[in-house]
Write a protein of this length. Structure first.
Length: 438
């Protein structure tokens, strides 16, 4: 078994990205619920774990009628050297027979490779439960997130989210930092409908209207309220233009919450700002968020998805024809390029894998954040490295994305995240095939 140190958060981000097409096709929301006891750095077979989780979730997506699938990950509280980490899909909506057949047949090879075991819960037969042993990188490197100032602890959050399961997952991550989280309008009303109670207002982008942001803008003039927008991968409409806003991108991980808190309160902590707790700001939140708004938002999301698919289809016709003759990996060209500078082609291929193997996650995140300089630098480096190893199809892809900046077509960038994932997967497969034959 190939064991090496890996970051489990990176594995989960890559997994989320690789399943985007299936999630969109089935219109399923994938939620990660990760206990704070799960160490960030582990030693084990990361590739086999990725394959197993991809198999597991693909099976669930195609078989279930549920519109939300939660992957829960937990570990013993006192993780010493080697412990079993638990991966569970609860309430899968599948029959016990289907679950057992899948575990004993389709998943057995990768499960054996990881020395893991499946557990059947007699009381909850629709649950899929797998335990896999992993080693800890270092005893001191558990999942600890230390904020830079005590003043960042114990804040209050109002979280408004369409999905109850997404909300529960985010609530748990904030509670790690001793944050008090009110979830939903009812909890807000129970606590007096007082917006000055909260340090953070976190709302899902699909529930936001112009009137809502106008209300937030007025609030921010009166109280030091942090406004955070939870953004999905496909919801491209701009929000937060008229207000001071921060963003949280799905899938939400503990690292995301940690970095968000630092960005929101680091300067405030340095200035030792003190909030006036006595002031009351009563807001009727139902006036701004109701069922009509939700239905309108869903309509907008569907229109955006349809437009992206249509645009992708129109552009793909000419591009696919153009790319049909481009090899995924031209090893002769790569060997010639490496030989010209007296380098080992095998080492150059391994170097490319080290740099770009999971870069589809980085690319998707940069696109979601609309970080143009990150995307530009990434495409320039990708094109250079791909050309060097003879990855002609990838080099052409990077060049094409770079041209979006020239022709001011940045609004089409979200289309290319899925394309890059597919292109990268093909190239990585070819590189590994070549290396294994040497």
């Amino acid at each position: 078994m190939i064991e090496k140190f890996f970051d489990i958060s990176t594995v989960l981000m890559t997994l989320f990205s690789s399943l985007e097409i299936i999630k969109d096709e089935k219109e399923i929301e994938l939620v990660y619920d990760i206990d704070a006891t799960v160490p960030k750095e582990l030693k084990g077979n990361a590739e086999a774990l990725s394959q197993l989780l991809a198999q597991l979730l693909t099976f669930v997506f195609y078989q279930t009628d549920q519109k939300e699938v939660v992957l829960s990950i937990s570990a013993p509280k006192d993780f010493l050297y080697e412990e079993s980490i638990s991966f569970q899909v609860k309430n899968s909506g599948l029959s016990r027979e289907k679950v057992e057949h899948f575990l004993q047949n389709s998943l057995k090879k990768n499960l054996d490779l990881l020395q893991g075991k499946s557990i059947v819960d007699e009381e909850n037969p629709a649950d899929i439960h797998i335990d896999i042993p992993f080693k800890l990188n270092e005893l001191g490197k558990r999942r600890h997130y230390r904020l830079t100032d005590m003043g960042m602890l114990g804040k209050k959050v109002l979280l408004i989210c369409e999905s109850r399961k997404v909300a529960q997952s985010i609530q748990k991550m904030f509670q790690y930092f001793l944050y008090e989280v009110d979830v939903g309008i009812e909890a807000y009303k129970r606590n007096g409908s007082n917006m000055n109670r909260y340090d953070i207002l976190l709302i899902e982008d699909k529930l936001i209207t112009a009137k809502f942001e106008e209300m937030v803008s007025k609030l921010q003039q009166k109280i030091p309220l942090k406004y955070v927008i939870l953004k999905g991968a496909h919801y491209t409409e701009e929000k937060g233009k008229q207000v001071d806003a921060a963003y949280l991108i799905k899938p939400v991980m503990q690292e995301s919450i940690y970095e968000l808190i630092l960005s929101l309160f680091e300067q405030e902590s340095k200035n030792r700002s003190i909030k006036d707790e006595e002031k009351k700001i009563i807001v009727n939140m139902e006036k701004y968020i109701d069922e009509t708004v939700k239905k309108e938002a869903q309509s907008v999301i569907q229109q955006n998805r349809t437009a992206l698919k249509e645009q992708s289809g129109t552009e793909a016709g000419a591009e696919e024809e153009e790319e049909a003759d481009l090899p995924v990996l031209d090893t002769k060209e790569g060997e010639r390029n490496a030989g010209m500078v007296a380098l080992s082609y095998e080492k150059e291929l391994r170097k490319f894998l080290d740099s770009f193997d999971r870069s589809d996650v980085y690319f998707r995140q940069a696109v979601n954040e609309k970080s143009t300089w990150k995307i530009k630098e990434f495409c320039m480096e990708l094109e250079k490295q791909a050309k060097h190893i003879g990855a002609q199809s990838m080099s052409h892809f990077a060049d094409r994305v770079s041209l979006l900046f020239v022709y001011d077509k940045l609004d089409t960038l979200p289309i290319y995240t899925g394309k890059y994932h597919t292109e990268l997967k093909k190239l990585v497969t070819e590189i590994k095939k070549y290396l294994s034959s040497q």
